[in-house]
Design a protein around this ligand. Structure first.
Ligand code: ZN
Length: 307
């Protein structure tokens, strides 16, 4: 086996134009936690003179979420976080996900699974908090059972990658999560598949997002390799938590970002990211200065800041 030298993360090739993205799920208005991810990815893209895309992860019930999507986009705009090109919606890209799934299927890398959640409730918990799939349907559906999901065969072996902030990380997907779901039988594609297809087709070179997605990264790299996609660089920024230590989200009662207090909101987000934020600046001045001084090395790898 080749030696793996833990080294600094892959340097950016200056000949490849930077493409970053922010990919919110429209489960509610933009809150401080999602603003951190948006701002960090925007700053990283702008500091590299790159493009910054916005993609709405609305695979679940897209129509019901139109209002939240509008709110998110309006808030980004009001905070001066302008995106390049058209906003992309996952709900409009089902053909692409279907095609990727078909490619994996044609190579025998997927299989239908009939197991209900209850049937795998005895399996041990995986890295993502879900049960590790015990492989019941790997060699065919049990007689008389209907498929509920399509799973990918997770081959044993460590996935290693160097996060720009979190350092070297490794995960054996087969061991840590097992064969994972790519699509449900009712036609809803899994986040893991959709995000990998979208990032590749949009030419995303750099993914800057919250560290709550760190555990998904090995699965995504695993799928990138199966599909022959290039591997983007990763930078996982710390996640804002509430007083109870829970990640900020609509479910944990996070308040919507107040875009009318734009500079103060941005200054708080910059401080959270370990970046200098001068007082009494306009949104525009604050962002200009923040791009100029953006230093990912100053972002704390782990941070618990109660907001
Ligand atoms: Zn099964």
């Amino acid at each position: 086996m080749a030696l793996y030298a833990p080294s600094s993360p892959p340097a950016r090739d200056p000949d490849v134009p930077y493409i970053g993205r922010f990919a919110p799920s429209p489960s509610g208005p933009l809150h401080f936690g999602s603003l951190i991810a948006a701002l960090a990815s925007w700053l990283d893209a702008r500091a590299a003179q790159g493009r910054w895309l916005v993609r709405i992860e609305d695979l679940d019930a897209p129509r019901a979420r139109a209002e939240a999507t509008d709110q998110i986009l309006r808030t980004l705009d009001a905070l001066g976080l302008h995106w390049d090109g058209e906003v992309q919606y996952q709900s409009r890209r089902l053909d692409q996900y279907r095609a990727a799934l078909a490619r994996l299927d044609a190579r025998g890398l997927t299989y239908p699974c009939a197991c209900s959640r209850r049937e795998i409730a005895d399996s041990s918990l995986g890295a993502d908090g879900a049960r590790i799939y015990p492989g019941t349907c790997r060699n065919g559906l049990p007689a008389g059972r209907q498929a509920r999901a399509v799973r990918v065969r997770a081959t044993p072996g460590e996935i290693r990658f160097a996060d720009r902030l979190q350092g070297e990380l490794r995960q054996d997907v087969a061991e840590a999560v097992g064969d994972f779901i790519l699509a449900r039988a009712d036609g809803v594609f899994a986040y893991q598949l959709a995000v990998v297809v979208d990032d590749a087709e949009q030419g995303v070179t750099d993914i800057v997002r919250g560290a709550d997605l760190l555990d998904s990264t090995a699965r995504q790299i695993f799928l990138q390799r199966l599909l022959g996609y290039p591997q983007p660089r990763y930078l996982h920024v710390p996640v804002a938590v509430n007083a109870a230590g829970e990640k900020l989200s609509k479910q944990t009662g996070a308040r919507a970002v107040d875009s009318s207090a734009g500079s103060a909101t941005l200054a708080a987000a910059l401080t959270f990211l370990g970046q200098p934020a001068g007082p009494n600046a306009s949104v525009r001045e604050l962002l200009q200065e923040a791009v100029r001084r953006w230093d990912p090395a100053r972002v704390p790898a782990r941070r618990t800041l109660n907001v």
